[in-house]
Design a binder for this molecule. Structure first.
Ligand SMILES: Cc1cc2nc3c(=O)[nH]c(=O)nc-3n(C[C@H](O)[C@H](O)[C@H](O)COP(=O)(O)OP(=O)(O)OC[C@H]3O[C@@H](n4cnc5c(N)ncnc54)[C@H](O)[C@@H]3O)c2cc1C
Length: 295
């Protein structure tokens, strides 16, 4: 009979302002987007253990829109992966369609949202490195607190999201902005080196080619939990190299990757696989590079 006092309380705001007002009142509330990560925490299969206070974002229409702007593409945090796929491969920034398609399965993509994906505290999702390479920015809204009258809006490079305490509790990811890009080719690999699903290797890369020359190249390596590794020096070194890369250039690249992945010292398989992924990526560019044109 005391059940109702133990039952979770679920709020359904309709606007971003209402959401932030609720956060102000309910400081322990947890945002519920697609719920795919939150429902994984349930001990039983037939019941979802909800947190004590939940703010569901499912009725906040402002968060579920995507629009083109001068800057590029603005994606509301509540856009599900499947709705993003429906925007179409040619309209989405390079690599987004393929990477999203590789995440989970259709039922998962129907529920999982881009905002929930980026707010994951315990893992780095597949899309995160690509958004970093594409120079995406996220908009974060915080409730008014400590005497402030108005809620705060900040727009920051997605790269800073890697700092674990950047997104404080109660802060809402509202939008992801991706600048218009001119990349010719994107490459994404998610490798499970063993049976442990939490140990992954995510390799993501972008390149542009002009007249048989690598005109720009970016690469990111992640173990899916500790961070995203990038070496801007080697990216700059590869820029302007004629394709196919010669033995010396490939050796320089291998050495740079070994140095970059030094934090993974006990994971020699992952470090070797990182080198193989980078070479595979270059091979892919060369195979597509006929008469200096990317097909
Ligand atoms: C079966 C399964 C397979 C998966 N496979 C893959 C895979 O192949 N690759 C991969 O990268 N990932 C995979 N994932 C992880 C998946 O990408 C995430 O679970 C999903 O993106 C989270 O989105 P969501 O909308 O469901 O978030 P939720 O579960 O609703 O929320 C996740 C977290 O984010 C917070 N949050 C949600 N929205 C916001 C917001 N707008 N602002 C601030 N905080 C917010 C929530 O409070 C919660 O802490 C898989 C998950 C499952 C369950």
């Amino acid at each position: 009979m005391y059940q109702k006092y133990n039952s979770p309380r679920v709020f359904f705001p309709r606007t971003i302002s209402e959401t932030l007002e609720m956060v102000e009142r309910e400081s322990n509330a947890v945002f519920w987007a697609g719920g795919t990560e939150l429902s994984c925490r349930s001990m039983r299969k037939d019941l979802i253990d909800l947190p004590k206070t939940v703010i569901s974002l499912c009725l906040v229409e402002e968060l579920a829109r995507a629009s083109r702007s001068e800057y590029g593409l603005d994606i509301g945090a509540m856009m599900t992966f499947e709705r993003l796929l429906r925007i179409g491969k040619s309209t989405l920034p390079t690599g987004l369609h393929e990477t999203i398609n590789s995440i989970g399965n259709l039922p998962l993509r129907n529920r999982a949202t881009i905002g929930g994906h980026l707010a994951l505290q315990t893992r780095i999702g597949d899309l995160h490195p690509l958004l970093e390479l594409l120079d995406a920015k996220i908009e974060i809204r915080s409730p008014s607190r400590g005497g402030r009258k108005r809620s705060q809006i900040k727009k920051i490079p997605i790269m800073l999201l890697e700092e674990k305490n950047l997104l404080n509790s109660g802060e809402l990811i509202s939008k992801i902005s991706i600048p218009t890009d001119n990349w010719d080719i994107a490459f994404h690999r998610r490798i499970l080196p063993g049976n442990d699903e939490n140990k992954v290797l995510i390799f993501t890369a972008l390149a542009s080619v002009e007249g048989g020359v690598l005109s720009e190249c970016r690469m990111a390596f992640s173990d899916g939990c500790t961070g995203i590794l990038r070496d801007r020096e080697i990216e700059a070194h590869m820029t302007g190299q004629k394709l196919p890369l010669g033995y010396r250039e490939l050796k320089i690249l291998d050495e740079a990757i070994i140095e970059l992945t030094a934090p993974w010292k006990t994971r020699s398989y992952d470090r070797k696989t990182s080198m193989a992924c980078a070479r595979d990526f270059l091979k892919r560019i060369e195979d597509n590079n006929i008469n200096g044109m990317i097909l």
